[in-house]
Ligand binder design. Structure first.
Ligand code: TRP
Length: 356
């Protein structure tokens, strides 16, 4: 932070709903950790969004919020370099949500496939709240308040990012006089307040679960969590379903087990060797592959376990809250500045405020 060169920004967030798993890691978290070297990063705790489907569970949401920060810190998010941001303490986000609500069509929102899937999967029927729909507009403000270049997210978030890009273009066209024919990359040069941000998806966009059928998902009981113990990890790996019966049966290296091998074993020569033997049924049992895979995953998780320890120890929650306070303070400086520039564009710049 002491460097004077201005770095481009990255913003992303998670709704605190429970522990993070390997699917989150390869889908986005790993990208986020790596981007900290090069970018000014903002990692948002979307705790307001958690209320949009669980309004009656404030205590759980509070706990989940603390826990997800521990997952982030364990994974390698560095609070010295990056801001951990608490959504409910960034007033500019709430205010900008209004601005973008006016620029987002209701019908357009309802056609958002992520919203549709969520209504289905969570069994919301037609009883979802107004706030539930609002979260997709809120997410536009979450992002644009920080004028990021990139948004590292899982593949399921792409429709939301697309809504955000549309709203940004619209704002810039209406309030900053940017010609609608302008290329996305040229918006800022054309006078835009909001650069058009881009999603960035991780190296494995849909990690399979240990059931060998569905995408890894907390609610399907097929997840390996970043916070699992070495024993739990090996036990879950041992359960990965392949349907193969004997070590001499020619195996399919596109099965679930080898999807994990491809995602988590970095020794390319060893992987090639395992695959060759597996495909020909060269006396190699699933169990043997699973031992190596379990060891590789545990080797990856070990440094996370080490980093997590101090936050799990007594007083750990207070450390987390200090990190949130500090990151959110810095984030508010950025977001207030963006809000002011948006207000200037909208003719709402009657006078400049300062928050206490
Ligand atoms: N909707 C995202 C999720 O459920 C979380 C989120 C909130 C987010 N605000 C964001 C992601 C801004 C990226 C950018 O995972």
């Amino acid at each position: 932070m002491s460097d004077t060169t201005k770095r481009e920004r990255v913003l992303t967030g998670d709704t605190p709903t429970g522990r993070l798993h390997l699917g989150h890691w390869v889908g986005s978290l790993e990208n986020r950790v790596n981007m900290q070297d090069e970018y000014e990063c903002y990692f948002l705790l979307a705790n307001m969004h958690a209320f949009t489907t669980r309004a009656e569970q404030p205590a759980e949401i509070r706990q989940d919020t603390i826990e997800i920060v521990k997952d982030w810190l364990a994974a390698g998010i560095d609070p010295e370099r990056s801001c951990v941001v608490l959504q409910t303490e960034v007033p500019a986000i709430s205010e900008m949500t209004w601005f973008f609500a006016m620029l987002t069509g209701y019908g357009r929102l309802m056609r958002n496939p992520t919203i549709k899937t969520e209504i289905e999967v969570k069994g919301l029927g037609d009883s979802y709240s107004f706030g539930f729909l609002m979260y997709a507009v809120g997410q536009i403000a979450d992002i644009l308040a920080f004028t990021p270049k990139y948004i590292p997210v899982g593949e399921d978030q792409i429709p939301h990012i697309e809504l955000c890009r549309e709203a940004a273009r619209r704002f810039n066209q209406i309030y900053c006089g940017v010609d609608p024919k302008t290329e996305d990359a040229d918006y800022v040069e054309a006078g835009a307040v909001f650069p058009i941000p881009e999603a960035m998806v991780g190296r494995v966009s849909r990690l399979i679960g240990t059931d060998g059928v569905n995408k890894m998902s907390k609610s399907l009981n097929n997840s390996i969590f970043l916070s699992d113990t070495p024993k739990q990890v090996q036990k879950k790996v041992n359960k990965i379903f392949t349907g193969r019966q004997t070590p001499t049966e020619p195996g399919d290296t596109s099965n679930a087990l080898f999807q994990f091998v491809d995602a988590f074993m970095d020794d390319a020569d060893r992987v090639a060797e395992l695959k060759a033997r597996y495909e020909t049924g060269d006396n190699i049992g699933d169990g043997e592959v699973k031992q190596e895979l379990g060891a590789a995953i545990n080797a990856m998780l070990d440094p996370m376990r080490e980093r997590r320890a101090k936050y799990d120890a007594p007083g750990g929650d207070d450390l987390v809250i200090d990190i949130i306070r500090d990151g959110t303070k810095r984030a508010n400086e950025t977001a207030e500045e963006t809000l002011w520039r948006a207000k200037e564009a909208m003719g709402l710049d009657f006078y400049r405020r300062t928050l206490g």
